[in-house]
Design a protein around this ligand. Structure first.
Ligand code: NAD
Ligand code: DAU
Length: 349
């Protein structure tokens, strides 16, 4: 069936993989990528699909309500897959308001525009909000986040994502908007912006720079290969139940220090360096304020109801990721030039 789908934030890390999957897999859908092109948005991520007949790009800000309303009036979207966000916890600690504007106000602007266009007849419409496991707060050594775990966000980033999740549910409960939400764990893979742990370490190992480990390095995350996240989003978009939430995870918990040591071994092999060379770059630095100890997802629901399971192991995914970064030196040089250096110097001074 023909559909016009708005994907917000598709010039970013996860959004670009979602747009690619939809453009290639569904020739009958027209995908409109709306992105402000912040420091994290990069059209180089979409070079292979930029000329596809079923893809177009609109530059714009979801915080601008008038612009969003006009875009919806003009395009008459059938569905929205909303990924645009400020996504970096460390940046949220420095500038919380930017997160309120984009993640909260921006999401409400999209909900309002969709409601205005769709409220006469909600059939065959869908507003899909992409969220994070960080809304559930921090786990101790035991336990997993399920879809019914209470929200308990700690960082300005996770507080803004929690707020946006609540608004999406409120539009379902109050106005009957057909919505679905998924809350995913940490992604990694090609096109990952090198302020985040894995690509930052790949870039620093390559350049023989210190690998900054916050606190004691025992913080734990559940890692999912980004292309598997895009597959899960495809499943939830097409088969998820209206009003429902799906947790997405990798069944793949790692303490940061163990993950970085594994990455060092892999990089030594790929760069023909003597075993143990890159580990010497590990440097313990000041901890992140309010650092959540452990995230881990119980992904039973999406597995049982929609049949999702990650397609690659962490070892396979990490190797593909390292190879991508080593083969895409130009991409890495572009995104780490200019303002990246200013951010880096301020964060790790
Ligand atoms: P990202 O930072 O790489 O990309 C975000 C994109 O949104 C960029 O292209 C940026 O230009 C765009 N954007 C930012 N503000 C905008 C605005 N005001 N108007 C229009 N576009 C704007 O983020 P990501 O890592 O790809 O995450 C995408 C989504 O997935 C986010 O909602 C994030 O909360 C969620 N998420 C991320 C992860 C992860 O591990 N990266 C895990 C779970 C959920
Ligand atoms: O859990 C999902 C979330 O994962 C997403 O919602 C976020 O958008 C995404 O950025 C990610 O958040 P994290 O804060 O977990 O990712 P980050 O890569 O910034 O950090 C991963 C872990 O590594 C975390 O425990 C902090 C630590 N860290 C990070 C950096 C950048 C370091 O020890 N040193 C670093 O330099």
């Amino acid at each position: 069936m023909t559909k016009k789908i708005l994907i917000t934030g598709a010039a970013g890390f996860i959004g670009s993989h979602v747009a690619r999957l939809f453009v290639n897999q569904y020739p009958d859908y027209h995908i409109v990528n709306l992105d402000k092109l912040t420091y994290a948005g990069n059209l180089e991520n979409l070079k292979d699909i930029e000329s596809a007949p079923n893809y177009s790009f609109v530059k714009g800000d979801i915080v601008d309500a008038a612009f969003i309303n006009e875009l919806f009036e003009k395009e008459q979207f059938d569905a929205v897959i909303h990924l645009a966000a400020e996504s970096h916890v460390d940046r949220s600690i420095k500038d919380p308001l930017a997160f309120v504007y984009t993640n909260v106000i921006g999401t409400i602007n999209l909900l309002n525009a969709a409601k205005n266009c769709w409220q006469a007849d909600y059939s065959n419409k869908r507003f899909y909000h992409i969220s994070t496991d960080e809304v559930y707060g921090a786990l101790g050594a035991e336990g997993l986040f399920t879809e019914t775990t209470s929200y308990d966000p700690h960082s300005p980033y996770s507080a803004s994502k929690a707020s946006s999740d609540h608004f999406v549910r409120a539009y379902h409960d109050t106005y009957g908007m057909p919505v679905v939400i998924s809350n995913c764990s940490n992604n990694y893979g090609p096109n990952h912006f090198p302020e985040k742990l894995i690509p930052l370490c790949i870039n620093n190992i390559k350049n023989n720079k210190p690998l900054p480990i916050y606190g004691d390095g025992k913080y734990t995350r559940d890692w999912l290969y980004v292309i598997d996240h895009a597959r899960a989003i495809d499943m939830v978009f097409h088969n998820g139940k209206n009003g429902d939430t799906y947790n997405i995870g990798g069944f793949n918990e790692w303490q940061n220090i163990d993950l970085v040591r594994t990455l060092c071994k892999l990089m030594d092999a790929k760069l023909n360096r003597a075993p143990g060379t890159s580990e010497q770059l590990i440097t313990y630095v000041k901890d992140r304020p309010g650092h959540d100890l452990r995230y881990a997802i119980d992904a039973t629901k999406i597995n049982k109801e929609l049949g999702f399971y990650p397609s690659v192991t962490f070892e396979e995914g990490l190797e593909k990721t390292v190879e991508w970064f080593l083969e895409n030196e130009e991409w890495l040089n572009h995104v780490t030039s200019g303002s990246y250096q200013q951010y880096y110097n301020a964060q790790y001074k």
